[in-house]
Write a protein that binds this ligand. Structure first.
Ligand code: LER
Ligand code: MN
Length: 289
């Protein structure tokens, strides 16, 4: 754990939250909300030097990561993998779990499965964000949601065989029209047969979509599996106007002990964004009065 950073967890009761920072290896995602870019070794070295517990990796595909190289980097820097993103399935390969074409949906499921297997070897869950896709006429919302449910009923158990959950991330309205809000995604996941799919709560998306971020986190409770840590403008925490105190209190109240991962724009530059993130973790480390 980060020194002096039981920001949210109570270390007397459980392990506490762990910090993570994002590394994108996807050129097509350039301009996106990732702190470190292109070089896994350099990203791991910087993450460790700043005191992060883990890295969250966005690979172009599962076979772009050499597991032996990654294992070596993690051991060298005493890091964990917080999660592995599947966004390249959409931005690079144009696959979506709710594509109207059955053959595209099948390839999308296989892409996510390959990331589950990669992450699973490191104890890390895969993230389904943009791979949830969107629906447009003539496809109905019900049809798209049913396709997503079918995919998760297959992929949730696959993740369970790797002893990791799978993460579904509600996104803001400009990125999907399937799941924007925590409560809707929570209700959807609760009805699935598989109970191995948890929520990824991204504070940037929640700032747009939720009336009350803390209340949404409390409603999701034990289904919160991972948090993307960003300010209102998707800069590092402290560079925008989000009030983090009630968010920290809500996460403490639900006993969240997973990863809080900075998925933010690398502004004003990667190193400054990473350093500001760590400082914010520390700033909010004291229980709020
Ligand atoms: C993925 O975690 C996410 O939040 C998307 O907005 C990335 O574009
Ligand atoms: Mn996110």
């Amino acid at each position: 754990m980060l020194p002096g950073f039981p920001i949210i967890g109570n270390c007397d009761e459980h392990e506490g939250v762990k910090s993570a920072i994002t590394i994108s290896l996807v050129p097509e995602a350039r301009g996106g909300p990732f702190v470190f870019w292109d070089n896994l070794a350099a990203g791991c070295a910087k993450a460790a030097a700043l005191g992060f517990d883990a890295v969250e990796i966005f690979p172009p595909s599962a076979d772009a990561i050499d597991p032996d190289e990654l294992r070596g980097l993690l051991a060298k820097h005493d890091l964990k993998v917080a999660a592995v993103g599947t966004g390249a399935g959409w931005v690079k390969h144009k696959l979506r779990l709710t594509d109207p074409e059955g053959s595209v949906r099948r390839r999308a499921v296989e892409f996510v499965a390959s990331i589950i297997d990669l992450g699973g070897a490191f104890g890390a869950p895969a993230i389904i964000g943009s791979m949830q896709g969107r629906y447009d006429p003539p496809v109905s919302r019900d049809a798209a949601v049913n396709w997503l449910a079918a995919a998760l009923e297959e992929l949730g158990p696959r993740a369970a065989t790797r002893s990791v959950p799978l993460l579904l991330e509600p996104l803001n309205r400009y990125e999907t029209n399937i799941f924007n809000r925590t409560a809707d995604a929570h209700a959807f996941l609760s009805k699935l047969k598989t109970q191995n799919v948890k929520l990824l709560c991204d504070l940037f998306h929640m700032n747009i979509e939720e009336a009350d971020i803390a209340a949404a986190l409390k409603l999701a409770g034990p289904k919160v599996g991972h948090v993307h840590f960003a300010d209102s403008n998707r800069h590092a925490a402290g560079y925008g106007h989000t009030n983090f105190a009630p968010i920290a209190a809500a996460l403490r109240e639900i006993g969240f002990a997973g990863f809080i991962s900075a998925e933010i724009l690398p502004l004003p530059d990667s190193d400054s964004a990473a350093r500001q993130t760590i400082e914010s973790f520390r700033e909010f480390s004291q229980p709020q009065p």
